[in-house]
Design a binder for this molecule. Structure first.
Ligand SMILES: [Zn+2]
Length: 365
């Protein structure tokens, strides 16, 4: 299911094969399509950015459109027209929103249905059933997600609860057509991260996710937590850092042994006019780009950069035209996918350190 093809320091490139037989080279990045679509991009756009995997939200999709609808089409791939690999997040993170969450107990997450306001409980068993029905290639086990900055005792409770939920999920899940990943938690407490990994390493799961990072701690803290988390895990299984997607965070996390990423960061920034370039972020809405004939990024080979000027895209964004958001979203996702391809190649050729240094120098120019 996962082979490591080359490694340099902790950085590694490999091949993940899902149960349908589709393969993907790591490290890779997944755009987020919570409701079954990435904002502003069609599935054909995503393919044109070299995106090969996406992640949607099982909890949200199970409420709307509902599992019966997705099943009628034969699963998520057919329903949303996605030929690539698909992950589903359990949705535990979304339930943290104060207008949803009623409380977390032994049984599961108690919350108010955002659409009909009924009280519901989301159990690890339901989480398994829902994701199998959706038919994603990789399911995430329900974890007890804790807000950043919570005290030690709450974090300690979360990892024990997540362990119990993981076992219950595995009893329910048939494992026939879907890989399952368990989630490491523990906030910024090194001993809890380690303990969480030790518990995960005891279980028969296909991969590991590291959750609850990239949400307020410093980059150094994040990398420290990655280091302690992966120490206890089976090195032959893939490691997925959830919710992290800035170019520098990706490069540094790859250097610390991460194989898989997902984030709203590229598309969310794109919609606000924050453009990824080799020379760092570019704020396209600034007045200095008003009549610029340059592309968004002079080094980019995407179809937006080949066609449109900064002046035109700035005009579209400042007049709130939808196509402007489409173009900037396309470029930012293309940029990240290009970065992932270059990281894969650099590791395979034993030139990761040189590539990383060169990228950092250009980024800070
Ligand atoms: Zn571009």
């Amino acid at each position: 299911m996962f082979t490591i093809d080359a490694q340099q320091g902790q950085a590694r490139t490999g091949t993940l094969t899902v149960k349908s037989g589709k393969t993907i080279t790591t490290p890779f990045f997944m755009p987020v399509c919570t409701k079954g679509t990435v904002k502003m991009l069609t599935s054909k756009d995503l393919l044109a950015t070299s995106t090969q995997a996406i992640i949607s939200n099982a909890f949200i999709l199970s409420i709307r459109p509902g599992l019966d609808v997705i099943k009628k089409f034969g699963g998520i791939h057919e329903f949303i027209d996605w030929p690539g690999i698909s992950f589903t997040d359990s949705g535990g993170f979304q339930m943290l929103q104060p207008n949803f969450l009623l409380g977390v107990g032994k049984r599961g997450i108690h919350f108010r249905n955002p659409f009909d306001k009924n009280k519901m409980v989301f159990t690890p068993e339901a989480c398994a059933v829902i994701q199998e029905a959706i038919g994603s290639d990789v399911a995430m086990i329900l974890d007890d997600v804790v807000h950043y900055g919570q005290e030690y005792d709450r974090m300690a409770l979360a990892i024990m609860r997540t362990q119990a939920w993981t076992k219950r999920f595995l009893i329910t899940h048939t494992r026939e057509k879907q890989l399952v990943f368990g989630i490491n938690q523990g906030g910024t407490f090194a001993d809890l991260r380690r303990k969480s990994s030790q518990l995960l390493a005891e279980l028969d799961i296909d991969g590991y996710a590291i959750g609850g990072l990239g949400i307020g701690e410093s980059r150094e803290q994040m990398l420290d937590m990655i280091d302690v988390s992966i120490e206890e895990l089976d090195p032959k299984k893939p490691r997925y850092l959830m919710g992290v997607g800035s170019p520098l965070d990706i490069i540094e996390s790859v250097a610390h042994g991460i194989d898989i990423f997902d984030s709203r960061f590229p598309t969310m920034n794109a919609r606000h006019g924050r453009i990824f370039t080799r020379k760092g972020f570019l704020d396209i809405k600034k007045a200095k780009h008003r009549d610029s004939e340059l592309p968004l990024d002079e080094n980019c080979t995407c179809r937006v950069c080949a066609t449109y000027s900064r002046a035109f895209i700035r005009h579209l964004l400042t007049t709130d035209e939808r196509t402007g958001h489409q173009y900037t979203s396309f470029h930012n996702v293309f940029f990240i996918q290009q970065l992932m391809t270059e990281l894969q190649q650099a590791i395979a050729q034993g030139q990761f350190d040189e590539y990383r240094q060169q990228f950092l120098v250009e980024w800070h120019q």
